[in-house]
Design a protein around this ligand. Structure first.
Ligand code: HEM
Length: 447
């Protein structure tokens, strides 16, 4: 390999470490690094070297072209207690096999069939909503998307347990963010925080365990993802162990609802701040649906609904950063990348880059014309990642977000509740720091 120099980067504090600045404001820090130092920026977090890549071609190189030189990061793998060896963090042949097994549940035709469940659950939630009521839309959406993923993939009615899961998820995500601290306390040390995390993890284990156990008892093949995973046999005729099943179900459970819930609550909030976009959305829904419930086949006639969702995920990408670790030395953007270096690729940074998105801070659903999308470099907008590890639920999530938005926005407009300060909190996902409290205003039909 040619002799290459190191990328530029901020000086940092203690022994050149940047973790403190990053931990204080991850979104702002990464954005300013990209702005100041360019396409490849070197960072150091507690002795570990990271390269922030902010160029579509370089991101494509890591996620697609040269994906075999990279693995998932150690940071992500610290979440083994919850995610086990599920799809999100498993690697190699095992990952490939599991992905192949799960894939049919996400085929276009299957996702189409989930549409009715999505709308039915959204309508069930709406039954409890009242004109003038103020809600935490984040909490509502977490509840709803959890119920949907449990029903569609595992044919389980989570109902009352959704609140338990929501609480446990919150603790688990706080725990993830705390790993950014300069001093990380190992899981096995009995601190109050570790204790809370363990309790939350056990609660989730119990809920997922019950879903699996009930299906085992019934012995029925319901043709859903759970049955598919349970009945699959490898080359030697072995079926998945309970632990493997648990890991996959837990991963899909967690990856499959928080992200979509975030996408939706950011969408409702952005619409509350943009009356023109909101009016345009209401007009499209009224014209195309005329008061009836949306179905899958309506989606192709609701282009504005899709534009709103895309634009919301541009400004507030639920997955705001993806990371990969180099398993062998390679060259990235003219710099040497030693084995063990982590590549950070941030949707937050790329989606707000003025080179690709004009007036990037503006919420402008109308920018999403077919020409706009076509002209964008592949990784100037990548809410679902890319390459072989691209989100398996991308199609599911888009359909779900569009159908829920259409169902809700047809009936209600939402206004920001007084005194609300909405701030993004960059944990493993991008969620609102203190929820999003919006007041429901019933729409009058015909205007
Ligand atoms: C708006 C909603 C969603 C967003 C923004 C999102 C985003 C992402 C991203 C960026 C990745 C790639 C991570 C990486 O490369 O390291 C990913 C992976 C994954 N997502 Fe999603 N996701 C969403 C919804 C869903 C849904 C609904 C499901 C399942 C029902 C799901 C299941 C998964 C799984 C299992 C993986 C790991 C795939 C693999 O490595 O083979 N996601 N998601």
């Amino acid at each position: 390999m040619r002799t290459l120099s190191s990328p530029p980067g901020p000086k940092g504090h203690l022994l050149g470490d940047n973790l403190r600045e990053y931990a204080r404001d991850p979104l702002g820090f990464l954005s300013s690094c990209a702005q100041e130092y360019g396409a490849v920026v070197e960072l150091r977090f507690m002795g570990q070297t990271l390269y922030l890549l902010s160029d579509p071609g370089l991101i494509e190189y890591v996620l697609v072209e040269n994906n075999r030189t990279f693995s998932k990061t150690r940071i992500l793998k610290r979440n083994r207690r919850l995610l086990g060896d599920g799809l999100l963090i498993s690697e190699g042949e095992f990952w490939r096999r599991q992905r192949r097994l799960a894939q049919p549940a996400f085929h276009r035709k299957r996702v189409d069939a989930y549409g009715d469940v999505m709308v039915a659950f959204a309508e069930r939630s709406l039954e409890a909503w009242r004109d003038g009521q103020t809600l935490d839309v984040h909490e509502e959406m977490m509840h709803l998307t959890l119920e949907i993923v449990a029903k569609c993939l595992f044919d389980a009615d989570i109902g009352a347990r959704a609140t338990d899961v929501g609480k446990a998820m919150k603790v688990a995500l706080e725990n993830f963010s705390s790993q950014r601290r300069l001093i990380r306390i190992p899981r096995r040390v009995p601190t109050p925080q570790n204790f809370r995390f363990e309790m939350a993890a056990r609660k989730l284990d119990e809920i997922v365990g019950t879903i699996i156990e009930n299906r085992r008892k019934s012995g029925e093949d319901r043709g859903d993802l759970l049955s598919m995973l349970m009945l699959a046999e490898d080359d030697s005729g072995e079926r998945m162990t309970d632990k493997q099943l648990r890991d996959e179900v837990m991963t899909l459970f967690l990856a499959g609802h928080e992200t979509t819930a975030n996408a939706l609550c950011w969408t409702f909030w952005l619409l509350s701040l943009a009356p023109d976009a909101d009016a345009k959305l209401a007009e499209e829904l009224e014209r195309m649906l005329d008061g009836r419930s949306p179905t899958m086949s309506d989606l192709s006639n609701l282009p504005y609904v899709e534009r709103v969702v895309k634009e919301s995920m541009r400004l507030y990408p639920p997955a705001w950063v993806v990371g990969r670790e180099a398993i062998a030395e390679c060259e990235v953007g003219g710099y040497r990348m030693p084995a063990g270096t982590t590549a950070l690729m941030s949707q937050w940074v790329m989606h707000r880059d003025p080179r690709y998105h004009e007036a990037p801070e503006r919420f402008e659903p109308d920018r999403w014309t077919a020409e706009y999308a076509k002209a964008l470099p592949r990784f100037a907008y990548f809410p679902f990642g890319g390459g072989p590890r691209q989100c398996i639920g991308a199609g599911f999530a888009m359909v779900e977000a569009c159908l829920i938005l259409a169902t809700v926005a047809q009936r209600y407009r939402m206004d920001l509740a007084p005194g609300q300060k909405v701030e993004p909190y960059a944990s493993i996902t991008l969620r609102p720091k203190e929820g999003i409290h919006l007041t429901l205003v019933k729409r009058s039909r015909g205007g």
